[in-house]
Ligand binder design. Structure first.
Ligand code: 6R9
Length: 648
């Protein structure tokens, strides 16, 4: 993939050094790389030592039967005790764990670590009363309310693996996940608030439970909105009836380090969902250590906010397990990013560390900087990005407008499968390059290889792979070891294939180029969707862009772009399409000039904010639009189709 056209992104010349104060006092310093290189297992053992163990492990890593890893073999621990009890025992019970902000104004709750311990213990007792025992699977289908965190930790406490299904998913999607992991109990709520009104959740659960026969024994329902719900007395139980009166004493059992912690189904894939299995000791080590390392968390003073939904792996690793294991104080917000609301929250709660996705940043760019400029964001000291490559334009905006040019940005690359961040700058060590996730973290062995599995070397592009096991790696796909091997380990002997394209620049820094299935081939030239999208977004009239390769008789594939204009650009003027085509030509070259550009009001996105290019490809190739069940908002495709109809 060493094509000329891939070099454009990394021509970005700007560099931002770590702020001196942060560098001097950073949790992890430069020496960590060499230390981890000299003894990877010792490095991770030290990270594991930050947790409380019942019994210490006998062996750090058992890799005798690859690709099936075992970490901290023989050790026992309880994830819930590590996230809650130990902070109370250390005298930090009065410290706020969650500043929860509901979507309706003035609907807030502060939950201390002591409160959380009581809630989790009660919920664990209530689940036990409902017949949940160690090893049973529990599905969670809830909005962003504190009970979702309580429910996850209660399951972890009992050793009952949870599977959190995003509340925006359909009854069908829920049913297939319930069936795949044989869930015995579902925890849900009557509904949740979205964009100012109550929207129901329980009917989807009823439908899904119906579809799965007599699989699910009980549905535990939190009353959130107070809306009417259908009720089955033999099956449904109100959370307030079962949990509120339960005992706040719960003796937690220590579980084996390799005991399953949760199953998370991956988004956007077609066919049978893939249930990514994470286990206890390695996962908690990987997430808590990297959360402390990458965000430079100072638990005594920082106020941390990750805007991800818990229905996404980022919500699991960097809202629930990582931060709580570290005893952080954090913000949890129920709503979607309404205009000034996020900035208001940062101002009011003096948030210091903020972690969000490029798609959100571009949405705010579109609305204009006047909105965040109206708030005091000076409490912020560090910004994070996750979910897709952050284009340099969005990076610079994030840095200037939100970070006031003081805050380093950590662009963190990882996956549901990896469980923990694997590639990121270290905020006190690494200079930031807009658009690059920079380097593998200490203790992580990343490489970029060609079709023959050879390292491509600096200045070249190829496939991102992982050469050595890491603690929070997925252990298998739930119930399907063969598919686990086939999907991730079969392309090249001994290498984990991440499915992403990447390029090493002349300094050896890593630039993610999107999924390899997002790499187009136009007249024999390899073009990255990310690169063309970045070029489009660098035009002053463009807020957001999505690019797909559509089949073309002469060129193999042709570039088709969908763009959202900035509010300030109005309708873009009569020549907008030609203007943008020329702009891409200027930025990248004639080969990348889109054959077609459609100006659209919205783009189709999954719950985690990833653009579903597959659907746009259907439009570009004039096909019937495919399965839209994993879209966060399924009406978006109608808007785009209407646009196409009127343009034709
Ligand atoms: C955490 C999460 C994983 C895929 C991954 C890659 C893309 C995530 C990225 C990034 C470039 C980053 N991705 N972070 N690409 N730069 N900082 O997103 O997990 O939902 O499983 O998605 O997301 O393509 O392979 P998940």
């Amino acid at each position: 993939m060493s094509d000329q056209t891939l070099s454009n992104l990394s021509r970005e010349e700007r560099r931002f050094d770590p702020p001196a104060g942060l560098a001097a006092d950073a949790n992890v310093k430069e020496e960590a790389y060499a230390r981890a290189d000299s003894d990877r297992e010792a490095f991770w053992a030290e990270a594991a030592d930050r947790l409380d163990w019942g019994q210490k492990w006998d062996q750090v890593l058992d890799w005798s039967n690859p690709p099936f890893a075992k970490w901290f073999v023989g050790g026992t621990l309880n994830a819930s005790v590590n996230c809650v009890d130990r902070h109370v025992d250390a005298g930090n019970g009065d410290k706020v764990a969650l500043h929860w902000i509901g979507e309706p104004e003035d609907d807030t709750r502060d939950i201390t670590y002591s409160d959380l311990k009581d809630l989790v213990s009660k919920a664990a007792n209530a689940l036990t009363d409902l017949g949940v025992t160690k090893g049973d699977r529990v599905a969670i289908y809830m909005p962003m309310i504190p009970e979702v965190v309580v429910a996850m930790l209660a399951c972890a406490r009992l050793g009952a693996p949870h599977t959190v299904v995003f509340g925006g998913f359909s009854a069908d999607a829920l049913a297939s996940r319930l069936a795949d992991c044989d869930a015995k109990v579902v925890i849900t709520s009557d509904g949740g608030y979205r964009r100012g009104s109550a929207s129901a959740l329980k009917p989807a659960v009823d439908e899904a439970v119906e579809k799965t026969g007599d699989l699910v024994r009980h549905v535990l329902v939190v009353r959130r909105t107070g809306q009417d719900v259908a009720w089955d007395d033999s099956r449904d139980v109100w959370w307030h009836d079962a949990v509120d009166g339960a005992s706040a004493d719960h003796e937690a059992e220590m579980h084996d380090s390799e005991h399953p912690l949760f199953v998370m189904y991956t988004s956007g894939s077609t066919g049978k969902p893939k249930g990514i299995l994470h286990t206890t000791g390695g996962y908690l080590t990987g997430t808590s250590f990297t959360h402390w390392e990458v965000f430079d968390l100072k638990p005594e003073t920082d106020v941390y906010w990750c805007t991800a939904d818990v229905g996404w792996v980022t919500g699991h690793s960097y809202m629930v397990y990582g931060p709580l294991a570290n005893g952080a104080t954090q913000v949890m917000y129920e709503g979607t990013p309404e205009k000034g609301r996020w900035w208001q929250i940062i101002q009011d709660l003096k948030v210091t560390i903020f972690y969000t996705a490029p798609t959100a940043i571009r949405t705010f760019m579109k609305q204009g900087r006047e909105i965040p400029d109206g708030y005091d964001l000076t409490s912020l000291r560090l910004l994070g990005s996750v979910g897709e490559p952050i284009n340099p334009e969005a990076y610079i905006w994030y840095r200037e407008v939100i970070g006031g040019e003081r805050c380093p940005i950590v662009d963190t690359w990882w996956q549901t499968e990896t469980g923990q961040i694997l590639i990121s700058p270290l905020p006190g060590v690494t200079a930031g390059k807009p658009g690059s996730a920079m380097k593998a973290l200490p203790g992580v062995a990343i490489d970029v290889v060609n079709d023959e599995a050879q390292s491509v070397g600096n200045g070249n592009g190829g496939y991102l792979v992982i050469r050595e096991p890491w603690p929070a790696m997925l252990r298998t796909l739930w119930g399907d070891d063969q598919r686990f091997k086939d999907t991730y380990w079969s392309r090249w002997e001994g290498l984990y294939f991440a499915g992403d394209g990447a390029k090493l620049d002349e300094d050896g820094d890593i630039w993610l180029l999107g999924r390899v299935d997002d790499v187009m081939n136009v007249s024999g030239h390899r073009l990255s969707t990310t690169e063309i999208e970045s070029a489009l977004v660098s035009h002053p009239k463009v807020a957001e862009a999505a690019v797909v390769g559509a089949a073309d008789e002469t060129t193999g594939q042709a570039v088709c772009a969908f763009v959202i204009l900035r509010e300030s650009a109005g309708d873009g003027g009569p020549d907008i399409v030609e203007e943008l085509r020329k702009h891409v030509q200027k930025e990248i070259g004639a080969i990348a000039k889109p054959r077609q550009i459609m100006v659209v009001p919205e783009l189709p996105k999954t719950r985690s904010g990833k653009i579903m290019r597959r659907l746009l490809k259907d439009v570009a190739e004039h096909r019937e639009v495919g399965d839209v069940t994993t879209l966060a908002d399924s009406t978006v495709m109608d808007l785009i189709k209407d646009k196409e109809g009127s343009a034709a």
